[in-house]
Design a protein around this ligand. Structure first.
Ligand code: FAD
Length: 376
């Protein structure tokens, strides 16, 4: 099978690129190992950075179904809290609903979906050969890597970050519970922090990220909840009065915030496959969407040039990607390193709750501006 543009992974970044490129008239094939809809471990708060671009993609209905959020609340405990108005604000929507709406839009624009696992990708003689678990092989002129933070494809490509130990794991579930509709809450605890915010239909998303070594001391989620999460009395109040809507929480491990390359083996990496920012910065989804936009625009421009130059496409993408995200990711990595030191984290968080201006400054440094509307 031979296709012009192949997208490896149909999460947020892959689906956005599929919608963008098909809107411009390109034939797009997406390979996604799962089916839709499905829940995903995520804080589910999206920055309003994406609003204008979503309008351009004709995705306004997504925002209409979400919970609008304008305030960030940091709660060390009931007596150490601070709130700031988010410079751009954002909205809460479950990945169950969001990814499914994007999938349906991509399907409506005639994108082709193959629900299989990619096992390998090679670049040879100017084109990509992609192997699927079923034995099917696909050849493509352009390959976009949107397979998320960790995949068998990273192992096959021998990417550097995959060889290092990662310290983080995460747990998430939806609840019926009490929390202000317009706020995203951050509740630090020993070894990590928990995000709390509303998504559609008044559901409460509670998602925490924690150092694996700290979690392992407690063996089970209920034990960890009682011994560690409950030490933050604000979080304890929320959890004890909430009713879980999932049969059991979702978990993921091996979360790495290490440097990655935006182009690897000629594949243009987008979303988490190009770099994951610490969720503390609350901006990974907007970055995934923005990187999909950058890649789509450059692919379109380069495919329409008198002579297609892969070298130019790769150089342009790497340059624009770095310019757009490098400093945000650096700030995210500083925060990640800080969080590995619990004593220092406690002091810093307490300082932030006392100095709202500092709090505002950190938020500005880790968030972007409105994604500009494409000029095609
Ligand atoms: C704990 C946590 C909380 C977060 N909270 C927030 C938040 O509140 N706000 C925010 O903006 N960001 C948040 N993020 C970040 C956000 O979730 C990611 O940045 C975003 O999901 C990236 O989208 P993506 O498309 O790159 O990856 P994904 O959405 O993970 O999509 C990757 C897709 O590739 C598929 N795939 C992988 N391997 C293969 C294969 N071999 N073959 C076929 N398909 C494959 C997967 O099934 C998946 O569908 C959080 C992240 C974590 C870890």
């Amino acid at each position: 099978m031979k296709v012009p543009i192949l997208i490896l992974g149909g999460g947020l970044a892959g689906l956005t690129a599929a919608i963008h490129l098909s809107k411009l008239g390109h034939a797009v094939t997406v390979i996604e190992k799962n089916t839709y809809p499905r829940h995903k471990v995520c804080g589910e708060y999206i920055s309003n950075e994406v609003l204008d671009y979503f309008k351009w993609l004709d995705l306004q209905d997504i925002v209409d179904q979400s919970q609008r959020i304008n305030t960030f609340r940091l709660e060390m405990d009931k007596f150490n809290t601070s709130e700031v108005i988010l410079p751009l604000g954002g909205f809460g929507i479950s990945r169950f609903l969001l990814d499914n709406l994007l999938y349906r839009k991509a399907k409506a624009q005639n994108c082709q979906f193959i629900h299989e696992t990619v096992s390998a990708i090679r670049f040879h003689d100017g084109s990509f050969k992609v192997d699927l678990n079923s034995g099917l092989q696909i050849e493509a002129q352009i390959a976009i890597g949107s397979f998320g933070k960790r995949s068998v494809i990273d192992v096959q490509l021998e990417r550097k970050f995959i060889q290092k130990k990662s310290h983080w794991m995460a747990v998430k579930a939806h609840f019926q519970g009490n929390f202000a509709n317009n706020k995203v809450g951050l509740f630090p605890f020993e070894g990590g922090y928990c995000g709390v915010s509303k998504v559609e239909d008044n559901q409460l998303n509670i998602c925490y990220i924690v150092q694996t070594e700290v979690f392992k001391k407690h063996k089970t989620i209920p034990e960890f909840t009682a011994s560690v999460l409950y030490k933050n009395n604000g979080l304890k109040d929320i959890l004890r009065n909430a009713e879980m809507l999932f049969e059991s929480p979702l978990t993921i491990s091996q979360i790495s915030f290490d440097d990655k390359k935006a182009v690897e083996n000629h594949v243009l990496m987008i979303g988490d496959a190009a770099g994951l920012i610490h969720p503390l910065c609350g901006n990974g989804m907007a970055m995934a969407i923005h990187s999909a936009k950058i890649a789509s625009e450059l692919i379109h421009t380069n495919l329409n040039a008198a002579v297609f130059s892969r070298e130019k496409l790769e150089m342009d993408y790497e340059r624009v990607w770095k310019k757009t995200f490098k400093s945000r990711l650096r700030m995210g990595r500083y925060l990640s390193a800080l969080l590995l030191n619990p004593a220092l984290t406690k002091v810093c968080m307490k300082t932030i709750t006392r100095f709202p201006t500092l709090f505002k400054y950190i938020i500005q440094k880790t968030h972007g501006k409105l994604i500009p509307i494409p000029n095609q």
